[in-house]
Design a protein around this ligand. Structure first.
Ligand code: GLY
Length: 254
């Protein structure tokens, strides 16, 4: 069964990490409501949602994508580049241990799940402010026995690789090209985000539906015109925490 692990918004989200955005006040009640809508949407699209309780002392802990990576055979608990976020991993590891054997990345590796874009058995991994070469090499060594290849991609100007691009399936990537080195993905068909919406590259495809933030209507219309089934979600408060749609869930087959 399709399973989505989420975690409630931390009341401390206003103190979240930020790399490229100016800090703006986050309306906690609104962020919580948007996150509940997100969870409801995942359930409507067929996922069993396992919502972990909020971590009041961990501002970014709603973003469960970053401390772990779940593949069919194994889950990898990452070592996050943001030191303030490393305490998010143990409770997530505990939840994932029900579903997968675990592997752990260790120092000097740093890697965050937002930097990992999967296309079949290839994992494109952003070399970013949060993910270093040692992290990419360790991930590659851990996953080689399962038949995955790991391909580094230089990221510049945004938080994670998936802030700039996401895989839509069928050898197609939605991307904001200026933020990544396109060479490693040049063999894919590229759909460019609308020029006025540079942050629109992060979509989440669930059960054949492409979810995209309602802040990006031009890119949503472009995807619809290409024949994708598109649904928009308002995540405006979470976006102030430099988040996107993939950040708030880990989705896998049970
Ligand atoms: N606020 C999300 C992050 O920086 O990890």
């Amino acid at each position: 069964m399709l399973t989505a692990i989420t975690r409630s918004v931390s009341p401390a989200i206003g103190r979240c990490e930020l790399e490229y955005l100016e800090r703006r006040p986050i309306d906690l009640a609104r962020a919580e409501q948007q996150h509940r809508e997100y969870e409801r949407c995942l359930a409507e699209l067929g996922a069993q949602v396992i919502a972990l309780p909020a971590e009041p002392g961990l501002p970014d802990s709603v973003f469960v994508e970053d401390p772990a990576l779940v593949l069919d055979e194994v889950a990898v608990i990452t070592r996050m580049g943001a030191e303030s976020r490393r305490a998010e991993a143990p409770s997530l590891a505990e939840a994932l241990a029900r579903f997968r054997p675990l592997r752990h990345l260790t120092a000097p590796a740093t890697l965050e799940g937002g930097d990992v874009m999967r296309a079949g058995h290839t994992l494109f991994v952003g070399a970013s402010a949060r993910t270093n070469r040692a992290g990419i090499e360790q991930l590659s060594r851990e996953l080689a026995p399962f038949g995955y290849s790991v391909v580094p991609v230089e990221v510049r100007g945004c938080l994670h690789l998936k802030s700039a691009c996401t895989y839509l399936g069928n050898d197609t990537i939605l991307a904001h090209r200026p933020w990544i080195d396109m060479a490693p993905v040049q063999h894919f068909h590229i759909v460019d985000v609308a020029p006025e919406e540079p942050w629109a590259g992060n979509t989440l495809t669930v059960g054949g539906t492409v979810l995209i933030p309602s802040a990006f209507p031009a890119t949503a219309a472009k995807l619809e015109a290409l024949g994708y089934r598109v649904r928009t979600l308002d995540i405006s408060e979470l976006m102030k925490a430099e988040a996107a749609l993939t950040c708030s869930s880990l989705i896998f087959e049970e």
